[in-house]
Design a protein around this ligand. Structure first.
Ligand code: TXA
Ligand code: MG
Length: 344
């Protein structure tokens, strides 16, 4: 299959483009589109065979459910059993980087939900995503547009690397604004369980929900046969092809350790901007200033992909704080590092 790439950095330039993208979806094809979090690999959420095509294009196990994307919160009605808490969350955070898991209605095939009786609903804020959902007039099922196991794509280059020839169309909207996938919550009445941390933080959710419990799989390694609340948490993810090790310790200890490693090993470093002057200018990938968590979130997935191409034997990074969006960074980095933390 040839993949058509369309530049939509300044919006859809013609009616023909948006009509073509929507008609691909309606005909059961696949369109990659930008969202404010990461790029999505979209298909018709109401069409079983589209879901099957998505799993095949990504090389993803078919028991890992897909998020359905809608253009406004009420559009969840035909597909999910909504609740008062859903609408309160929607009022506070939608459109935006929040996904809510709700009981499924029959209109969403089990193939889309990976066999679960629940469905994950998200209303993205990106204008291209919203325009596409509206034009197609259907909910769009979309996992992140990477090959299974790779970091989620935050620009069209990543998508092209992974999915060229596997999808009908890629809409290139430039760099993703947030850079990490949406926050996912499951609801029990007014109580929420955080299944995946993202830019909508646990504290922000606490302003709406009576309680927010962080699922154990967010920060801890699952036991061999443990079943996570969110199926995606059990899969290897984001991992570079060489060991990735997270360093824990004082600023000085970490710098001393890295300087020594640079002399002795072929290593790449996901470093803070202020460290670049102190380290040897070799295989450094700047992920932003240490105090700027938003910038680090935005750059992490590109940094992991870039570091993996340097031909080194090991990659080092900093163990992030778990405050605010730090919890999302911590979660993704821990999984990329397969929970390898080195105290120095
Ligand atoms: O920001 C995002 O959420 C991006 C953009 C494209 O919207 N999408 C995304 O999708 O990250 P994906 O498929 O890569 O990750 C969705 C996660 C998976 O870990 C999946 O297991 C979980 O959501 N999930 C989906 N439906 C679920 C459900 N019904 N119950 C629990 N977890 C669910
Ligand atoms: Mg994903």
């Amino acid at each position: 299959m040839t993949t058509k790439v369309i530049d939509v950095k300044n919006g859809f330039q013609s009616q023909d483009d948006i009509k073509e993208a929507a008609s691909i979806l309606l005909a059961g094809g696949l369109v990659v589109f930008p969202t404010e979090t990461v790029y999505g690999l979209g298909g018709d959420a109401t069409n079983e065979s589209s879901a099957q095509k998505i799993y095949a294009a990504k090389g993803r196990p078919s028991d890992n459910p897909l998020i359905i994307h809608i253009a406004s919160p009420e559009e969840a009605e035909p597909y999910a059993v909504t609740s008062e808490t859903y609408y309160r969350l929607a009022k506070a955070f939608m459109p935006g980087p929040l996904t809510v898991v709700l009981p499924r209605k029959e209109s969403i095939p089990l193939r889309t939900t990976g066999g679960l009786q629940t469905v994950a609903v998200r209303c993205p804020s990106h204008p291209i995503a919203r325009a596409l959902i509206r034009e197609a007039g259907i909910p769009i099922a979309a996992p992140s547009a990477n090959l299974s196991g790779k970091p989620s794509p935050t620009c069209a280059r990543h998508v092209i690397e992974d999915l060229s020839g596997r999808v009908d169309m890629i809409l290139d909207g430039g760099n993703s604004e947030i850079g990490l996938e949406s926050t996912i919550v499951a609801l029990d009445g007014n109580r929420a369980t955080l299944l995946r941390p993202g830019a909508i933080t646990a504290d922000a959710l606490r302003c709406v929900c009576e309680s927010v419990t962080v699922a154990p799989s967010v920060v801890a390694q699952l036991a061999e046969n443990e079943r996570p609340l969110s199926p995606g948490m059990k899969y290897k993810h984001y991992a570079p092809s060489v060991p990735f090790v997270l360093l824990k310790g004082s600023k000085n200890n970490i710098l001393d350790f890295l300087k020594k490693e640079q002399k002795e090993k072929k290593c790449a470093i996901l470093c803070y901007s202020e460290e670049t002057a102190e380290l040897e200018n070799k295989n450094l990938v700047d992920i932003g200033k240490s105090e700027n968590l938003d910038e680090q979130a935005k750059r992490l997935f590109t940094a992991l992909r870039d570091a993996d191409k340097l031909g080194v034997d090991i990659i080092y990074g900093h163990l992030p704080t778990t405050d605010g969006i730090g919890l999302a960074l911590y979660n993704r980095m821990l999984r990329a590092a397969a929970h390898t933390i080195l105290e120095v």
